[in-house]
Design a protein around this ligand. Structure first.
Ligand SMILES: [Mg+2]
Length: 396
């Protein structure tokens, strides 16, 4: 079945309406990571849009959809983000080379996309473009075969995967029925010993709340230096963290080597900002980290994730997808691969205090956690319930 069109698109589906007003203001709002790459260069907090904020992103760019269409008019949908740059890579580099190829040669198409981008670098924005196209190809393969994607990957490997929830409001996450929890460090190296002590206070309080039959993790969102994370790790030993995440800037692979040598006892997780399979192979083969966390909409799509999970399994380490519970892509990949033991439910899943999870805005057809379980749709492809007209050309 020949591909006749590949388009970067806007994303204009009807939003899910939140009927329930929040019960109260979230005391943790805006407190994720002072504790963020931007905050570290700007002194822990900075002035943005008329107010002081902690942390912050370094420019977001809107969602980018991708529609791949075949000669019979059937189409598949994938998405990534970061706006015009990602969209232009899809249209200018990838589409002209893939149109005319067979939709079922997805392994070859993924290889082609990486090699098309290799002269300028297949990472970052290029990797996001590759992700959107690869995911649309998998969606369409499933639709044409009339099977869910996890089925054409080889079948679901488990009945139900454990979930963990990421937010600093542990009380609300408990009320929502989650059993495992990740908190974000709200202080960084510029906050010195006082910041480390505050992180300890918050982790101690959370451990007291959830007990020792739940997993508890700490995410540092690229914000620490080696010395600070060594001290945090030593100080938090009594609270039995399952892992410390994204302690250091993602490119600083040498720092990860040094960190591993300084705190060999500590389970270290990272990888949401690594692109292509190569950094994952390096980290796995050198034993630098224990849990790999690729994002399926950033790293190169499902084909990249399959390769990373196989590398991890050979190295004896786990993969837990970044935000895997928040998209149909992450849900199918997590149920279709044996090397993924948990699913993360983060910002795209968690609601404001008092608001039920099914009122969270999401792509139509995306399952939400129900009674502590999150089961992928068994509809063909990734199970989206979407209409073609919701995705007009990105550059129209
Ligand atoms: Mg993270």
């Amino acid at each position: 079945m020949k591909i006749v069109d590949i388009k970067a698109t806007k994303v204009e589906y009807p939003r899910v309406k939140q009927k329930t007003p929040p019960r109260e203001a979230d005391p943790y709002e805006g407190k994720i990571a002072s504790g963020s790459p931007m905050a570290q260069s700007l002194g822990g907090r900075y002035f943005h849009k008329d107010k002081w904020v902690q942390g912050g992103q370094s420019g977001n760019g809107r969602d980018v959809g991708c529609i791949v269409t075949c000669e019979d008019g059937s189409w598949g949908f994938g998405f990534s983000e970061r706006g015009r740059i990602t969209a232009s890579i899809i249209e200018d580099y990838i589409a002209p080379n893939l149109i005319g190829r067979d939709i079922f040669e997805s392994e070859k198409l993924y290889d082609m996309m990486n090699r098309i981008m290799a002269p300028v670098g297949a990472n970052s924005f290029a990797s996001r473009a590759i992700s959107a196209v690869d995911l649309a190809i998998w969606d369409l393969k499933g639709k044409l075969l009339e099977k869910p994607v996890y089925e054409i990957m080889g079948g679901s490997v488990t009945e139900s995967l454990p979930l963990y929830a990421s937010s600093n409001n542990t009380e609300w996450l408990l009320e929502l029925g989650f059993k495992n929890f990740k908190k974000f460090a709200a202080w960084g190296p510029r906050d010195s010993i006082g910041g480390i002590n505050k992180i300890e206070d918050e982790i101690a309080e959370a451990r007291e709340l959830v007990g020792y039959d739940s997993e508890l993790m700490l995410d540092c969102w690229l914000s620490m230096d080696v010395e600070t994370v060594v001290r945090i790790s030593e100080q938090l030993k009594p609270y039995r963290l399952k892992w410390i995440e994204d302690a250091l800037l993602s490119e600083s692979i040498t720092q990860y080597e040094i960190l591993r040598n300084r705190i060999p006892h500590q389970t270290i997780a990272t990888g949401e900002h690594w692109y292509t399979v190569h950094p994952f192979f390096h980290a796995a083969s050198k034993g630098l980290v224990d849990i790999l966390q690729p994002d399926i909409t950033w790293v190169g799509g499902l084909t990249a994730v399959i390769r990373i999970v196989h590398i991890a399994e050979a190295a004896g380490i786990d993969v837990i997808l970044h935000g895997g519970g928040g998209s149909v892509f992450g849900q199918h990949a997590s149920y279709g691969l044996t090397g993924i033991p948990m699913i993360e439910c983060s910002g795209p899943v968690i609601t404001a205090i008092g608001v039920p999870l099914h009122e969270k805005d999401r792509f139509p057809g995306t399952p939400v956690p129900d009674n502590g379980k999150l089961i992928p749709s068994d509809a063909p492809g990734f199970g989206f319930e979407i209409k073609r007209e919701w995705f007009p050309d990105f550059f129209s």
